[in-house]
Design a binder for this molecule. Structure first.
Ligand code: SAM
Length: 284
């Protein structure tokens, strides 16, 4: 323990008492199992939009698709096409293998440097983004781009983790202390996270390249403090409205359970009582 600052030792000691979120263990699996886990995640995401998640014959955009497993899952549901777009190209071997194998109607694109989605205006029926909007540095511009490519009447299904939620610091797979990122200094937390991640993965944490976004974003978090936009629920609503979207429905979740009472809280307090926000927007 020698050399580890007192604050980090305190975090480690408190952390022993808290269960961890399961995503870190899942990412630490073989790539093929990790991919299956991520595809299953796509199923969970879509189930939360029930009533609006029929993708048959639709052009579907997966905004911030990461390694593309959810995009591939959406492509299994009979869309005309599922298009994954991200700031980095993720057309890695696993995506290619999966799409070829199942002959899925899927393709992956990179965002242009300006943030433009390389698609025509009014060309997408359904846009989906999962666990992305807490990372987008200019959420207003991203919302305007999604609005532009959607057809009139098109839907945007957005699931995101506001910063002030229990695990909004994205450390919960290793540091299970709720609101740790609100209470403890960022640098101490990130250092504790990396040490814990190395221990939990038997020293292989840096081998999680399939989930490049996780490691690079975490490093950005450490180096520049820029990883999270620290967006709040109220601000997200405002930005979406200013991009032109109508909010059709909004559901708040803790774990897999909907927290209906959160709907009755003053909007400024909601973030603290939920884990994530599921918004359904429509382009009028
Ligand atoms: C936590 S990952 C989620 C990946 C995937 N949606 C999933 O559910 O597995 C967040 C992703 O958002 C992407 N991202 C961050 N900023 C973005 C932006 N401005 N536009 C598009 N994607 C962005 C990152 O590159 C990363 O792949």
């Amino acid at each position: 323990m020698g050399g580890i600052p007192l604050i980090e030792r305190l975090i480690e000691a408190i952390n022993r008492f808290f269960p961890k979120e399961d995503w870190f263990r899942a990412l630490n699996q073989e790539p093929r199992d990790a991919l299956r886990y991520a595809m299953k995640g796509g199923e969970v995401v879509l189930a939360q939009f029930h009533g609006y998640n029929d993708l048959r014959d639709k052009v579907v955009l997966d905004y911030g698709c990461g390694a593309g497993a959810k995009t591939c899952y959406y492509a299994t549901l009979g869309p005309k096409e599922a298009i994954g777009v991200d700031i980095h190209s993720r057309q890695d071997e696993v995506d290619a293998m999966l799409s070829r194998q199942a002959e899925l109607p899927v393709r992956f694109l990179s965002l242009e440097a300006s943030g433009r989605i390389p698609l025509d205006a009014d060309s997408v029926d359904v846009a989906i983004s999962s666990a992305v909007f807490e990372h987008v540095l200019d959420p207003e511009a991203a919302l305007r781009e999604i609005f532009r490519v959607l057809k009139p009447g098109g839907m945007f299904l957005m699931r995101w983790h506001p910063f002030l939620t229990r695990y909004g610091g994205h450390l919960g797979g290793v540091i299970g202390i709720p609101y740790a990122h609100v209470v403890f200094p960022e640098k101490a937390l990130v250092r504790t996270f990396f040490r814990g991640a190395m221990a939990m993965s038997g020293g292989k944490f840096s081998g999680l390249l399939l989930y490049e976004s996780l490691s690079t974003d975490s490093i950005r978090f450490m180096d520049m403090g820029l990883y999270f936009n620290r967006l709040r629920v109220a601000e997200m609503r405002r930005l979406a409205a200013s991009a032109g979207f109508s909010l059709v429905a909004e559901r708040f979740f803790r774990g897999t359970r909907e927290t209906r009472f959160a709907r009755h809280l003053p909007i400024g307090m909601v973030d603290y009582f939920i884990d994530y926000d599921v918004c359904l927007f429509r382009k009028p």
